[in-house]
Design a protein around this ligand. Structure first.
Ligand code: PGA
Length: 218
């Protein structure tokens, strides 16, 4: 049986120093998360610091990037290639609705990014907005994240998530996550959603104590 998943999307938060502090709180906690698959997706600028902290502190935590370039390595100023990410991370989030909204990422570009990620062996977490969103068949994990729930405090009701998952199960064999305003006060209400293997967590993953609460409650 696969481990339950908790994936933190830190977005454009945390300096290297703040990231180190986060991992030191995890290290000092009594929460045992060996039986969970815990993934932190920090900014590119702190990936190497996070990598070193996790190794030095022997934390059972993996790393992911929040996006990758749709190009191979080469003359693409400002882009970070899949191969560069693979040096530090195991996972990559692709197609987050904030990237669709602010960077105009299209389904075509998302497909290209997935291809690049798979070529180097990264585990792909594809974000989708609803049951009709484009789902690349090679995505390993699909995160259902209704835009109305992201960062708004209005998490989608477990029943709604269940309804969407019923349709997704016919479309993909990927592991399914929910994301959008999850906190420690509501995470347990999703435990009966069939097919749900975990969460993609934004705001509530920034505070290490709240994130530890999420890990212990799920
Ligand atoms: P949120 O973000 O938990 O802050 O709503 C989730 C996400 O965007 O992945």
């Amino acid at each position: 049986m696969a481990k339950k998943l908790l994936i933190a999307n830190w977005k454009s938060h945390k300096t290297a120093l703040e990231a180190s502090d986060f991992f030191n709180v995890l290290k000092d906690s009594q929460v045992n998360f060996e039986d969970k698959e815990v993934v932190i997706c920090p900014s590119f600028t702190t990936l190497s610091t996070c990598f070193n902290e996790i190794n030095t502190l022997h934390l059972p935590v993996s790393l992911g990037a929040q996006t990758i370039s749709s190009h191979d390595e080469g003359a693409f100023t400002g882009e970070i290639s899949a191969r560069q990410i693979k040096e530090f991370a195991t996972y990559v989030i692709i197609g987050h609705s904030e990237r669709r909204m602010y960077q105009n990422e299209s389904d075509k570009e998302i497909s290209l990014k997935i291809k690049k990620a798979k070529e180097v062996g990264l585990i792909v977490i594809l974000c989708i907005q609803d049951e009709n969103s484009f789902i690349d068949e090679t995505a390993d994990i699909v995160a259902y994240e209704p835009p109305s729930a992201i960062g708004t405090g209005n998490a989608a009701e477990p029943l709604r998530v269940q309804g969407v998952f019923k349709k997704l199960i016919d479309k993909t064999s990927a592991r399914l996550l929910y994301g959008g305003s999850i906190t420690s006060s509501d995470i347990q209400s999703y435990s009966s959603v069939k097919g749900l293997e975990g969460f993609l967590v934004g705001g509530a993953s920034l505070n290490p104590h709240e994130f530890l609460a999420l890990i212990s409650l799920w």
